[in-house]
Design a protein around this ligand. Sequence first.
Ligand code: SF4
Length: 366
Amino acid sequence: MNRLDALRGTTPQKPHDARAIAALAANPGCARRALLDGAGIDKDAAARHLGFPAPFGQSPFAITRGNVFEALVKADGCAELLRMLRELLGLPIAEVAYHDVENVGAHLRHAHTRALFDRAARDGGDAGTVYDHPLLSLDIAGHTAYLEPDVVAFQLGGRFHIVEIKSFAVIDGQADPSAVAAAARQAAVYVLALRRMLRELGHDPLRVAHDVVLVCPENFANRPVASPLDVRRQLGVLERQLSRMTGLDRLLDGLPADLTFDLLPDEDGLPTRPAAELADALRGATARYAPDCLSACDLCFFCRDEARQEGATDLLGRHVRDELGGVASVGEALGLADGARDPAEGQEEIARLLRNAERLRRECLA
Ligand code: SF4
């Protein structure tokens, strides 16, 4: 049994989906999350057992709305989608071909997807083609995760474009920035998976465009609108995070040999491990809490509580934490600001800035 298996113990492994992989890129500096995801641990089950459940997952209403919108975009062989892609990507009007990979049996879908993309990449001069329900894969710390992008469009000119269909609205050309950021992270997972597939097949991975096509309803109506979305930055973060996960050995080396996050599930799958013991084990892996965790990680309330108890500057957000570089707690920052605490080696500059800030604050209050 390797160290990651030992970390998970008897708890069944939780497979990664694109949403979970995308969330990895949301906090690349957190060792706790890297270890939990690398070992395939169910963070949601752990958070519930610890008494810190996070309200993640879409509401049934949102899921229904999303399904209805996707069905509308894909109705009649993706007729509405093709209309938008013709405008956005210049897919040739008369020659677009449509492949629904879902028609193939589930166990063959991945192999069939590979064969289709291999052929499309070889016949680079072919006309535009749309692939519905392709099945891609991505290796996450030694485990294969299967991923299903909404659609992939193959453009005349030899480039593949991931199409991401989302049900949040674009109003007067603007959409909720956090929803767009989450969609970009998720689309980057598909871009990376498709690039790796092309590389394995001996093709140029850069034939998968970093410009994905985001399809959303426009102005509260269900009429879809397509916009290009550049995911280069998300791709960079994701690749760094995944390579960090394959190098988990360095993180594991710093942990006690008997550390485990095992939930010790009973035969009904319910955790039996004392919650306090599990909490202690988790505290053994360093977290890097930031308020953004509240929208991206199941353990957010547990880690926020821990950061509160420690008075960590993490609670103030990444920007403040980075500005305070090396000052770990709010108490320490206040002590440096009012002079009650002498700066440690390397803290002289931040201590000077904090004292100046404190002096200005006092002058303003006076
Ligand atoms: S919630 Fe905790 S474990 Fe998850 S990313 Fe944030 S700090 Fe890391």
